[in-house]
Structures are given as structure tokens and as C-alpha cells.
Design a protein around this ligand. Sequence first.
Ligand code: BES
Ligand code: MN
Ligand code: ZN
Length: 508
Amino acid sequence: MTTVRVAEGSITQYEADAVVVNLFEGVTSPGGGTGAVDQALDGAISALIADKEISGRQGEAVTIHTFGKLPAKRVVVVGLGKREKFDADAVRAVSGGVARRLRQMNVKRAATIAHGAGIGGLDAGDSAQAMAEGTLLGLYEFKRYRSRSNGSDGDDGKSLDEMVIVERDASRVQALATGAAKGALLAECAIIARDLVNEPANVVNPARMAEVATEVANDAGLPITVLGREDMIERGMGAMLAVTQGSANEPRLIIMEYTGDPENPENNVAIVGKGITFDSGGISIKPAASMWEMKGDMSGGASVIGAMKGIAALKPKINVFGVVPAVENMPSGTAQRPGDIIRAMNGKTIEVDNTDAEGRLILADAICYIKEVRKARRVVDIATLTGAVVVALGHVASGVMGTSQELVDSVLTASKSTGEKMWQLPLFEEYKRQNRSDYADVKNTGGRPAGSITAALFIGEFTEDVEWAHLDIAGTFMSERASGHVVKGATGVPTRTLVRLVEDLAEV
Ligand code: BES
Ligand code: MN
Ligand code: ZN
């Protein structure tokens, strides 16, 4: 694992395999750390700018060999893009991209200046936090099952051991160090989620999900409860039981607890993540092409487990339930059928029109439980819920819906600072009729139009009067390519946003 740390000193004196400096687009004579390095190199950087070989465009990385003019062997000049568009997310992207580049170059020890903490206008702590997040998330790999290089990527066996943020101004070192430590923590939380999502479904089944949650809870000193099938029968969780009945893997309902405001038990929020460890569709089976991606249908649950680690470490003054219904959706002789009528924990009957609309079923019971038994006052659920949200928002943004505009706004605000893009969709009453059933209180599908909204409205039948927001992450849980701090495979979305949301809720 790479370490990101802060050291007081001058970037021109620092001994490392490579030194990273930066440049905004359009700047012709660099200042700050970049200017100092330019001087030490007898104006090599400004000469390359004049020759249009360095532009400062975001993502650009130009390597210059120092030939003894600096203790470091090479200097990498990274582009920060346009200053008007610059923010913490640009720092994450730049840091992730340059970290992968350094690894490819077989650099072990790198030093860098803090991106954007000078003329970029970022707070020193925010800059260092974004750098640590970007570096560690950008370097993330999932190679547990590969014994050697198979040629699918260019940097096998190489690792960047450390990235040191070098700061000349002693008064800023503490803020940078605190930010870097927070960034490293948040990256670790998102990596817990990424690992769970990248693991295949023959390894991460509901029982394994509960084991990982238990490990995280024990490390963090959080109490955890894990319910099994018998408990679900006792509590009348007919919706969760219906989804699990076709699978040989036993279901689990995981409840992690963080108590940051013991005097006010009602000052709480439940984060509830869909934990379908594999979604074959059930009897309404999915087509074979890309069905493997449904090993990631527990991404919501994975982000909840990761976020609980961060929440426990940051200690906000609020109480949090981390809830994961973990179930496998399979077709078999014991599986539920289209047309079946089931009863959720709150007594509502559901016509199962399509067994592939299973996420909303397990969330219904998990939400009933946390509301009725644990007296949750606010609920935020996170789910890879609908293909429709991919049609609406693509792979760029997660969909946000909810009955509490205040809570929805808090989610959107948190997402702006983490860079995990989200966009609100409406829950107009008019859509509700699509979920009407001729035989039961409600039907588990609402047809093709506005599929993400009708799915959310179905969950709304079970949140009832609680303050509620819903995140549909079906378009954002996986990425097809590496870009900045995002790598191919699991993204870890929205782990960092959940931690930030809880911190923000604790402050008001
Ligand atoms: N897990 C899927 C949604 C999904 C699709 C997640 C693509 C990630 C990528 C969900 O359980 C599902 O199958 N939804 C159906 C609902 C339909 C049957 C009403 C869908 O979106 O097609
Ligand atoms: Mn499904
Ligand atoms: Zn699903």
C-alpha cells in the first residue's frame, strides 16, 4: 500500500525518484513551487511552455530529466486545467492520473507540491485530502486472483511506495497533514467497498458480506447485529424471504451501529444499502451478456459497510445505523414466481410482477425493520436499483429521489464536495398509479416509463412518514475505464458521500 504523507521542506531540495509540480492552463511563467523548480532547471519548464510542449491542460503530464540540477532524477509537470474550472475534484483527478503514471515509470518514492493550495484558492487541508484520495483511489488494483501478469495492463508488479507532499511554509504543514490523513481514511473506506464489489459472487455471498461487516465493526469498536432466516420468519419479513427462497445461500440482515450522540437517541440516520450478492433476475432471468456485472448488485451495501468505518473514525455527533439486507436472487425450483403475492414486514401485500425487481423488495423489509424496531428518524437508501437510471443519467451521475427535500438537499450538497455526481429526479404523485396492482396493495414494477421513479415510489410505500432520500447508483457503481481517481471496475460510489453526509447532518 502506498503512503501519502506531508513533510516540511523545499521541493527543489527534496530527494526522490521523481518530483511533481503543476501548472494551470494558460500560465506562461510559473510561480510557487513550480517556479522554484523551473529556476533550478534553468528555465526548462517556461521554455517548454513557450514551445507549446506544456499547456497545463488537465490530465497532461510532461516528464523532464534533471541531469543533476535537482536531487530528484525527474520532474513531472502536471496540468491542472483552467483555473475557473478548478476544484477539489480536479485535484483528485490529477492526483490519480499522475500516481498511475509514476507507477508506470517505476517510480518508488515521489514528492509533490500541494495542488491548488496556492493560486488555486483551495484550503490547504482540502487540497491534501483530495490529493490523498485521488492518489490512493487512482492506484487501486484488484489483483488478488492473478498469480502473474497476463498482459492486460502495463504496470504489473510495479508499486509506488510513497507520495510526499512537500511544504515550505511551516504554518501550513499541520493543516496539510490532517487533510492527508482524512483523505487516506476516506480512500480506505471506498476501497473496502470496491473490494467487496470486485469480488465474485461465489466468494462474497450474504454470509461473507456479514463477516466483512463484522470485521469492520470489530476494528472500529461498533456493535453489530446479524439476523438470519429464522429471525426474518419471526419478524414477518416476507419480501426478503421471497427473494432469498430460490437460493442455496442463506440471507443476512446486517445492522451496524454508531452512537455519536448517546444523550439524543432520536438524533439518528439509517443508511440502508442494497446487498444483492448476485442478481440473476430469478425466474424473470436476465440475458447472459453482462450478467456477470450483477456480482456488483451489492454495491449499495458495500458502500454502507465502508462508510461505517469512516464514520466511526471521524466521530460525528449523531447516531447512525448501517443496514445491509444481503440476499442472493436466483432461479430454482424453490424460487418465487411472477404473479406471487407476498407480505412485507409492515403488513402490505405485494404482487411480484417481475422477480428481477428484487432490490426494492429487500429494501422494503430492511426499511420497515430499522424504522419500527430501531426507531430510525431519517433513512437514506442506496441501491443499484434500475437500468432506467442509466438511460436517464448515464454513467456520470447517480439518481437522487426522496420525500424529504431537506435530506435530498443534504445528499446533493455532500456529493458536490466529494465529486461523486448526483442529480435529483421527481417523485410526482402521478407516477404512483403505475405501481397499482389488481390483486395486492402494490405491484413491484411500474412498467418502462420513468422506471427509476416508480422503483423509488415502491420503496416509498415502506418508508411512509420517515424522512427519506434514495440513491440509485446502477449507472455509477462500476466504470468501464480508468480516469483520474476512478479505475476500471468498482468505483466505491457513494462511500465518501455517505461519510460526508453524516458529518454534515451532525453539524446542523
Ligand atoms: N440490479 C438491477 C438493476 C441494474 C441494472 C443494476 C443494470 C446495475 C446495472 C435490478 O435488480 C433490476 O434488475 N432492475 C430491473 C427492474 C425491472 C424488472 C422493473 C431493471 O432495471 O430492468
Ligand atoms: Mn434485478
Ligand atoms: Zn438487482
